[in-house]
Structure formats: C-alpha cells, structure tokens
Write a protein that binds this ligand. Sequence first.
Ligand SMILES: NC(=O)c1ccc[n+]([C@@H]2O[C@H](COP(=O)([O-])OP(=O)(O)OC[C@H]3O[C@@H](n4cnc5c(N)ncnc54)[C@H](O)[C@@H]3O)[C@@H](O)[C@H]2O)c1
Ligand SMILES: O=C(O)C[C@H](O)C(=O)O
Length: 332
Amino acid sequence: MAKETVRVLVTGAAGQIGYALVPMIARGVMLGPDQPVILHMLDIPPAAEALNGVKMELVDAAFPLLKGVVATTDVVEACTGVNIAVMVGGFPRKEGMERKDVMSKNVSIYRSQASALEKHAAANCKVLVVANPANTNALILKEFAPSIPEKNITCLTRLDHNRALGQISERLNVQVSDVKNVIIWGNHSSTQYPDVNHATVKTPSGEKSVRELIKDDEWLNAEFITTVQQRGAAIIKARKLSSALSAASSACDHIRDWVLGTPEGTWVSMGVYSDGSYNVPAGLIYSFPVTCQNGEWKIVQGLHIDEFSRKKLDLTADELSEEKALAYSCLS
Ligand SMILES: NC(=O)c1ccc[n+]([C@@H]2O[C@H](COP(=O)([O-])OP(=O)(O)OC[C@H]3O[C@@H](n4cnc5c(N)ncnc54)[C@H](O)[C@@H]3O)[C@@H](O)[C@H]2O)c1
Ligand SMILES: O=C(O)C[C@H](O)C(=O)O
C-alpha cells in the first residue's frame, strides 16, 4: 500500500543550504525511496523571487516522490499541516555586528516561528533547527511552543558527528561506513567536544576501538578535536561561503535516523533537550549520543566519562548556559 504523503517544511529555502536540501528531500534521501512528500518552502519577501525560482526547478526536475510544493513568505501557510520542520532560515552575522545583535534577531525569528508551528503544524511534528546558533534557536523555539513535546525539538550536530567520522576514516584509511559511535557533546560551536573514546572501526578481524587503531592519543586529544571544532570555519575560508551540501546531507541523516531508526549497535549525535543525563544541566539543548526507534530518540546511558572528557562536557555546557542567558536578555 502506498504510504501517506508527508509534509516537510524547509525555512530559509531560498538560501544555500535550502538549495542543496530540497532536492535531497524530493529524491527520498531524507525519508526513504518509497515516501511521497509535499515540500513547504518559506523565505522572507526579499527572497521571494529566488524562492519561486527554486520551486520552478523542483517542478522541472520531475521528482516522482514530490507530490506538491508550497513556496511562500507567509509563515502560517508554510507551517500549516507540516509533519517535519527543518529550520534553516535565520539572520547571519554581518560585518560590524555584535553577537548580541544576531542573537536578538534570531530570538525574535524563532519566537514567532515557534508560535506558528505550535498553532498550525500537524500533531507530533518533528522539528530540526539548523540555523545558528542552532542549540539556542532550538531552545527558544521550545520555550515559545510549549504544546509541542520537548522531545520533538532538536538541533543539528550530525554534521559535526559526520565530520568526526570523516577525520577518523581519513587518518586510518578505512571506509567511513566502517567507523561508528563517535560522539559530539554540547554546542554546535567551537566548544563542542568530539569524543572518540567509545568509537569503533569494523576490520577484517572484528570491531576494534579507534584509540587502539590510531595509537596516537596526542593527535586524538588535540588536533583531531580542533579540526572538527573548526571545520565550519575552514569551509568558510575555502569556499567563502559556509558549508551547504554537507549540512543538507547531515540534516537528511538526522531526520532519517530519527524517523526510521538507528542501525542496531550504532548511535548518532543529536542536539536534544537535556534531562540532566551525564550531569549536563537540564534545560539546555545539548548534543548527546542517541539511538532512535519508532520515531523516538533516547540518550545512550552509562558511558564512562573520564576526567579529560568531563572538563570538555562542562565547558561546552557553560557556553550554552551563557547563550541561554543572552537569549533571555534579548527577550526582556
Ligand atoms: N547546524 C549546522 O550544522 C549548520 C551547518 C551549516 C550552516 N548552518 C547555519 O544554517 C543557516 C543557513 O545557512 P545558509 O548558508 O543556507 O544561509 P543563507 O544566508 O544562504 O540562507 C538563509 C536563508 O534564510 C532566509 N531567512 C532569513 N530570515 C528568515 C526568516 N525569518 N524566515 C525564513 N527565512 C529566513 C534568508 O532570506 C536566506 O534565504 C545559517 O545560520 C548557518 O550558520 C548550520
Ligand atoms: O561554522 C559555521 O559558522 C557554519 C556552520 O555552522 C558549520 O558548521 O559549517
């Protein structure tokens, strides 16, 4: 029997991540090759013409799974009936702007879009915030959409997770698909902690720990961590634009695993509402290792955290607490 069509919202759809993301969704990369979709694309009035151009291209590409396209600058129309919301739209930092200026603009965007989602999205809509500061935008969205269950509001750290897998695979000269169970803890920022202490690689003689195979703790505890933390900045330096295809692909990975489940024995990283696991303060959107089943994520419990890791988990939590305070000060 054909599956019921799913409505997927992409905000900021005329931007560069949007341009990479919408064809992936229309091709079934996000929800599977048998899942029909209707795309809802939102942008702001100055981008309306470009947004219409993206819609024209979607029509021209004749995607068999794409059952309709709503391209609009009206947030209510965009949010109505959506089952999945990927929030990419936001205000980027410009020359001469203070961090607080950007935070205050995004806080007000996420506050109003939270209300629209709460009122008009389908029941049980799953939300992924991509736009920076991703964790804090997601937290504001949660605060202003109190009737959306907190477990339904997440932010993207899967790109950082995938970057960590990529670095390990390059270093060991193994297939990236044979590396698993890295963890990104904390904020999608340069304080994030990419942790390989539980990561493994599939080898002809069985699964081996990444530390055992790399045999270079100095590299793993320093250069590897900063490379992953700074990868976004390195892409901006190289492309003069921030990451887009990898961000779009990772957003698809995030939603696919959330909806369709993580493979047995594998976890992924997602920014989720902290319940105090691993002594991370409750009430932050913090990236944890999670497994997903039946459309629900669960934080992986019981992993040993050594002293080195503890400091890093706390540092990125402190930054998130500061961002939260800054966001609240913008609201008052
Ligand atoms: N979490 C991650 O891993 C990750 C990775 C890459 C980029 N990002 C962030 O994603 C965001 C988007 O990046 P991009 O390169 O696509 O930027 P972009 O500037 O190309 O696109 C952003 C789009 O958002 C639109 N927009 C602005 N305000 C809006 C609003 N109120 N409602 C709807 N749309 C609005 C803009 O008009 C623009 O089309 C940025 O904040 C970027 O820093 C996050
Ligand atoms: O680093 C950035 O500012 C862009 C984005 O968040 C990324 O990680 O590529």
